[in-house]
Write a protein that binds this ligand. Structure first.
Ligand code: SF4
Length: 280
């Protein structure tokens, strides 16, 4: 069986940067409290927990005077303030691409645009971005009709941006629909370059192999998008979290297999998968 690994693939710049910040903080402090899982990968979280990481869901769960960590998804300004108020140190691992989306949302609202965010309204990154909008903000997913969501708003103008991990095709489609019935549509493409590059590489790979193996956490939005893209490109696709989930009967049908990893899949899990595949 021929094996081809997508390029680029795996840990994106933002998550790699955040994990490095977290590791350094864990070296200097016995315990660090991350607000939300710092990486959407259960195996990597387990590794970090052994070094003193605690994952909490609200600022109030962080003990007074402790060290807190903000993950790459970022948080809204109010949550940031609550952390600063009770913690000795707050290490901010917000990805610069997410910061850009937050700043764009804020500036669109300041200029009087209702803000429409393409994304998953329950995703922490989107929740954080919404906190930067002092005005009207709405979220539309790629499967929803924007016409229904925007029904109650005046149809004069709108500002649009995207969760960083959305598909470019979905943003283009949304904007295409909006321009047909709203005269002024101001768009910021806030899909990050790392996401774009990984989506393009999996799309290219899907056209050249018999099947695609996607490795990444089931709670990882960007991994899910990669699996969708591979399927949409017509490649039989198997999504696993780690090498232990490999389905041998699926592999037996393949003459060539492509491997792609989500932006939150650590290097060691990819290495483990490739080593396992090479031994088959
Ligand atoms: S996917 Fe993009 S925006 Fe999200 S953490 Fe990675 S580099 Fe940053």
């Amino acid at each position: 069986m021929k094996l081809i690994v997508a390029n680029p693939t795996g840990l994106c710049f933002g998550v790699r940067r955040a994990i490095e910040q977290l590791e350094t903080t864990l070296q200097d402090n016995r315990e660090v409290f991350a607000l939300g899982s710092p990486i959407h990968n259960p195996q990597e979280v387990e590794r970090l927990e052994k070094k003193g990481l605690h994952v909490v869901e609200t600022p109030e769960e962080v003990p007074e005077g402790a060290v807190a960590f903000i993950r790459a998804h970022g948080v809204c300004p109010e949550t940031h303030r609550r952390l600063e108020a009770r913690c000795r140190v707050v290490v901010d691992g917000t990805c610069p691409f997410v910061r850009n989306a937050q700043a764009r949302a804020r500036s669109l609202a300041e200029e009087g645009y209702p803000v429409l965010i393409l994304g998953d309204r329950n995703h922490p990154e989107v929740q954080g971005i919404l906190g930067y909008v002092n005005g009207t903000a709405l979220v539309v997913s790629e499967t929803e009709e924007p016409e229904g969501i925007l029904q109650s708003l005046p149809k004069e103008r709108i500002g649009v941006l995207s969760q960083t991990t959305q598909k470019v095709a979905a943003l283009s489609d949304l904007v295409g629909r909006l321009v047909s019935w709203i005269p002024e549509v101001r768009v910021y493409n806030t899909i990050c370059r790392a996401t774009l590059a990984r989506q393009e590489s999996v799309c290219r790979l899907a056209a050249t192999v018999d099947g695609i193996l996607i490795i990444g956490g089931r709670n990882s939005a960007n991994t899910r998008k990669l699996a969708e893209i591979a399927r949409d490109a017509g490649a039989p696709t198997l999504w696993i979290e780690h090498a232990g989930e490999l389905d041998r009967s699926w592999l037996e049908q393949m003459g060539s297999v492509g491997v792609a990893a989500g932006g939150s899949t650590p290097d060691w899990l990819i290495r483990e998968l490739i080593e396992t595949l090479e031994k088959l």
